[in-house]
Design a protein around this ligand. Sequence first.
Ligand code: NAD
Length: 486
Amino acid sequence: MTTSTNPLAIVADVPVDTRHWIGGRRVASAETFTTVSPVTGAPLARISRGTSADADNAVAAALDAFPGWAATSRAERAALLHAVADGIEDRLEDLAAVETLDNGALLRSHRRGVMPRAAHNFRFFADHLLGLGHDDLDTRGHTNHISWDPAGPCALITPWNAPLMLATWKAAPALAAGNTVVLKPAEWSPLTASLLADITAAAGLPPGVLNVLQGYGPEAGHALVSHPGVRRIGFTGSVPTARHIAAAAAPHLTPVSFELGGKSPLLVFADADLDLAADLAVEQYDNAGQVCLAATRLLVEESVAAEFTRRFTERAGRLRRGDPREETTDVGPVVHPRQLERIDGFVRRALDTGARAVIGGGPDTGLGGLHYRPTLLTGVTQESEIVQEEVFGPVLTLQTFTTEDEAVALANGTRYGLAAVLATGDRERARRVTARLVAGTVWVNCFFVRDLRAPFGGSRASGTGREGGTWSFDFSCDVKNTVTAP
Ligand code: NAD
């Protein structure tokens, strides 16, 4: 074990220590793996490749720190979490620059949206903690008092598409509730988790309260979620990984919260404002389509399909592709060569089986690197792979419908149920259709408006449970009801 604090990587001029952060110390593994920037194609950093022994140490540190942290007052915890939020804001430029080189998402989005939201996650859950509670219930003169007891160490496993936003979305409520945390970031985008460790230490979070375990999912991740000392598993990622985690959690009956993939529909009715509908559709290319919530299936009422497509392609044609560090870029590279291949595989197979590319249809070789052209495919059937499977890239499909019933059947006709977007000028229709959709979030004439007090999650293969507001505390805690006689 080494306790040296020398940074091991300089990324965008920012020193990043890429060892684990365990019990308030930097800890190296014997082996490392190298990440490569999707922006430059150059190696970025050598990251400690966590082993099951490292996972054991991280959970041991979280267990050691748990009683002390759980015993702190709500006010103390809230103050420390606000200090973490301050630290994120102070280092916003560093975090934004490092994350852009790490996962290829737009620098301007990181600066204006993602990193402020990461800080807000801490502020929001700190404040929510202070107001958490119910009025006591009366049962024939007996009082029922409900309390949220922290459960213990939480294993938090996050994906690469919004690394710090999702890490803080899970860590902030767990910590606010009085739990300790072991965070395992994705191996394709591990760097801002390392910076978060520095920020929490500088904010005064006691050693062992937040630990960062680096490494591969089937190694460090598997060891972590299999550990009997872990009392909650919060996972955001893909359906196949969720199945592994559910099996690993089963022997200890460790509760899991899964936020998984999606294949969300965007329904455009003939009564919609078609300019708004086209804007909403083009928004689905954000982050090069690598967004779980993206409404990638455009379902358009037959009578307006031609006009909608005209307005959509006109807008999509204005998207500027290029280096995500440039202010003017709208669509940057995808995260990894394997992701590019995966996306292209889906599109090739769709084109081979009768789909037609209205726009896009392949990588952007002119830009080099990992750019995929924003793509819209028509001539697809409901049963086809491209309609049923999550592509996680800038690829949309367009199908038409003639009745509301048909629209709902198409919208609900995949195994997912994460979100849905409706474009309609008829509020009564919006109410009717929304009631029939299987989705954790429905946006009517808008997209991506989020309130952290509201529940967030997916139905069917898109996940289990809900996070956000009190739902996050319910998951993180052993909720207790104390009944006292008069
Ligand atoms: P992934 O499932 O491949 O990996 C996610 C994380 O799980 C990584 O940290 C990985 O190291 C870890 N992991 C892999 N195998 C593991 C194992 N056996 N045990 C423990 N951990 C393991 O997902 P990804 O490719 O990184 O992310 C893309 C997926 O995430 C998409 O399906 C996307 O829709 C989903 N996602 C969902 C939401 C949501 O809120 N619903 C948000 C963002 C992304």
